[in-house]
Design a protein around this ligand. Sequence first.
Ligand code: ADP
Ligand code: MG
Length: 326
Amino acid sequence: MKEFTIIDSFFTKQNCQRKDVILPIGDDCAITQVPAGQQLAITTDTLVSGVHFPQDSSPEAIAHKSLAVSLSDLAAMGAEPAWINLSLSMPTGDPDWLARFSATLLAQCEYYSVQLIGGDTVQGPLVITITAHGFVPEKQAITRKGGKPGDLLYVTGCVGDAGLGLAIALDKHQAAAGNASYLRKRLDFPTPRVLAGNNLRRIASACIDISDGLLVDLQHILQGSGVGALLQLEHLPLSAELLAEVGQQQAIDLALTSGDDYELLFSVPQEQVTNLERSMLQCNVPVTCIGQLTGQTGKIQLQWNKQAYQLQRRGYQHFALEESVE
Ligand code: ADP
Ligand code: MG
C-alpha cells in the first residue's frame, strides 16, 4: 500500500476530535492550541521489534504498548494526555496488520481522549515511534527533583510481572496456563497510570514511571533529588501469579530489577499521606508504601523485616547500580 492510502485508510478517521486541534492530519503540520494556564509536557518513545517487544507480538499488543509507554511518561509528570504523533516504519504495508494496529491504537486514543494529529509512514524494519503531548497546570509538573529525606516512597499496582512475562515470551520460563496468560498480558498490555499521575500533582514530591526496573528508576529520583532510599522489601506489592510461579525470593529480585511494568514510583511528604490515600482510593488505583527517602545521596539500602537484604540477580543495567546498592 502507498503512504497516502495507508494514512487515509487507517489513521485519518478518528472518533476523538478535540477542540484544541485547529488543523488535524493532512497538512504539512498540525496546529494545536494549549489552554491558558497550562504547560505542554512532551515525550517520545521508540519501540523496535525484537528489542522493545517480542517479534511474535500481535499488532494489537504493539499498538497498545506503543501508546502506553508514552502515556506512562506523561502520567509520571502529572500531565493529562492530549495529542500524539505516530512515526511508523514497516517492511510491507500489510493491510491486515495495519487494520488491527490502527484499530487498537485509535480505540486506546479514544479511551484517553487523545487525538492523533500527525506522523510519518516509511518502509523499513518494524519500528514505532510515538510522541505524546499533554497538559499540566503551570508549575505543577511532578519531576524527579523534589524528593526530600523522610518522604515516603510508594509504588502503584504490582511490580515484577512484566519481567516474568518477558521470560515466558522468550521461552525462558514455563508457566501454568492461567499465570502465563496474565503475566504475558502485563508485558504486552501495560496500564499507563494516567489518572493516578494526574491526582498526584501537589501530593507527590517526585515521580517516575518504572520502565527499566524499580532500582534503576529509583536511582533517577535519588540523583535528581540528591537523596538516598531505604526499601522495606517485605512490603513490595507482588502478584499472586508471580509468587505462584517463582516464589518469594525470585519474585522480589524480578520486582526490583526487571523492567516494563509501567507502574509509578513516587515520593510523598509525610503530611500529604492522608491526601494521597484519599485521592488514590477515589481513582481506584492501589498504591503501596515500600520505604522512605534518606539523606544518603545515591544510596539504596535494602531491608527485609529490618535486616539487610542481599539481592540475588541484577538488572541489565546493573553496573550502574553495583556501587550504590547495599
Ligand atoms: P510531509 O511529506 O509533508 O511530511 P506526509 O506525506 O509525510 O507529509 O504526511 C501527510 C500527512 O499525514 C501529514 O499531516 C502527516 O502528519 C500525516 N501522517 C503521515 N503518516 C502518519 C501516520 N503514521 N499517522 C498519522 N498521521 C500521519
Ligand atoms: Mg513526511
